[in-house]
Ligand binder design. Sequence first.
Ligand code: FEO
Length: 398
Amino acid sequence: MSVIVHKVNDNVHLLRSIDANRKLFDELIPLPDGTSYNAYLIKGSEKTALIDTTYPPKIEFLTNRLKELGVDKLDYIISNHAEQDHSGAIPKLLEIYPEAKIVTNAKCKALIMEFLLVSDDKFIVVGDRETLSLGDKTLEFILAPWVHWPDTMFTYLKEDKILFSCDFLGSHLAIDDLFITDEDNVYKAAKRYYAEIMMPFRAHIKKHLEKIDTLEVDLIMPSHGPSYQNPDFILNAYKDWASDNVKNEVVIAYVSMYESTRMMVDYLSQILTSNKITVKTFDLIKTDIGELAMDIVDAATIVIASPTVLTGAHPVAANATYLVNALRPKTKFASIIGSFGWGGNMVEQLKGMLGNLKVELIEPVMIKGQPKEADFALLDSLAKEIINKHENSMLIKA
Ligand code: FEO
């Protein structure tokens, strides 16, 4: 556990809490690379502000670093987002710096008051495009609701053209570097993060990107992971993910008890692959759901494959279906395949769990026991249908 400090320029310092051992976020999202929480100290000629804070277990490290930087007075704590990985140190900071005011929007204020029990008189509420002067530096606030909560805002340091984008454009990486050193690594981590929390709010994400396009931005500094000296790298990636374009890909999420469902998955995958469709299969017993989330960002088709157990879908398949539905990918087609022994209502059950998706459901294939000749013929038909639909849609090549 540590907080590292990077001097960005004479007025801006990054204070990054490194959380290399954290395995899960929100007790849901796997963190294969740990994470980091970025706070930014901005010193103007008259006032000093801290943009965001840290996760509660890191508070002492952050306050020690502020002392080492000689911060004996803090005028403002800018809260871009109430989630406690960014706001968790606010109560402690108010003890150390009782003169500080929390500057945030009305929705974020209400959430901080509920979650952190901060009193009303500690806040300065700002609206969209309002500014705050630190003397020779000006902060502009840009409301960005539904990055994944209703309260998020960005802070723009006008004179330095730095955008502090909070969760937006960030990546869960426990990394020391101030700026990106490995674009592929950051691309994957950022896509995973987009998929896990922002994808359901794609329409809002597009609007936030349009707003950022109206700003002159030299640096993007998110609240997780390294900063972007080349803003177009991450902005273009987000534009692609949030666009309506899908790729010539099929994601098959499956679980199999006695190999019958797995045989179906293997057969379907092989036909699709031999017809130049990229197929990603996920064994739900082993898979990291973050990997699955990443691949449904732009796959044209999702297939859920499950045996029937306890008269319905395997609970692991139901869990994945629930997640896919909650993440609302832009997928165009879906289907369900599986095997049963004596009956059950798996197809109806899983179909009923996909109500959020604007997909065309391709006729499911349910078979009895191990697949036989007639069953493989049904899978041939399903594959043909998927291939035709992909060919008739405007798909970007995977
Ligand atoms: Fe990084 Fe929504 O908190």
